[in-house]
Design a protein around this ligand. Sequence first.
Ligand SMILES: [Fe+2]
Length: 256
Amino acid sequence: MELPRSLLVFSAFAMIDLHFHCLPGIDDGPDDWDESVALCRHAAAEGTTTIVATPHVLREGWLNEDPRERDELLLKLNTLLGGRPAVLPGCEYFFSADAVELWEEGAAGPLAGLNRTAYLLVEFPGSSVPRSAGDVIHELAVIGVTPVIAHPERNLQLVREPELLESLVRKGAVTQITASSLVGEFGRAALAAAGDFFRRGLVHVVASDAHNLDRRPPRLAAARERVRRDWGEEVEQLLFDVNPRAIIAGTPVRSA
Ligand SMILES: [Fe+2]
């Protein structure tokens, strides 16, 4: 799809949110256009300049297999927002053993799709990691696609077995920690797990996974502040600026 060139221009103070449910009526994000616009404007008021719209794809109840429907909603949202913030196309892909075929058909991704970037946001079921995950991540890496594992700190198996996350990262995945987890809003276990992943060098980006203003607001600015305080400015820049830009551009990221 064609998006205005202006959406590609990031200011020196850009803040990019790579995981955001902002398209109305398509998943468990906003119900209507008013809510959608209010949620995006709230993020802009916190300093977010670019959002990647990541509706659920292939999740039970929200299959959203047709990218054209997502694109139509995205164009209308950008028109309503007038570029503040800019909203780029993406998806949050529910893990499937046939991820490679779906990617090649164009249904699965990409995370940020201006030029079909080489990153795919993938969510696992909440309590476990499918046995085929390692093999599928390897297969995606072989065809040049880097899976971004969404919110590993909220996956019960990865919380219990951080070595499993380590092995998935070794096979080629990168990770996205949820902003709200870093400020304690997903509970102590998620906060502790996120800290553990930081110490193990397993964190690549922080994004909001925002859904609505009342229960799942963006919180990206608060998380950024917390990361700067706990891990320093260099890590903050990497996770909120350098790596998100690299993902959108389809270039390699570094771990914190
Ligand atoms: Fe999400």
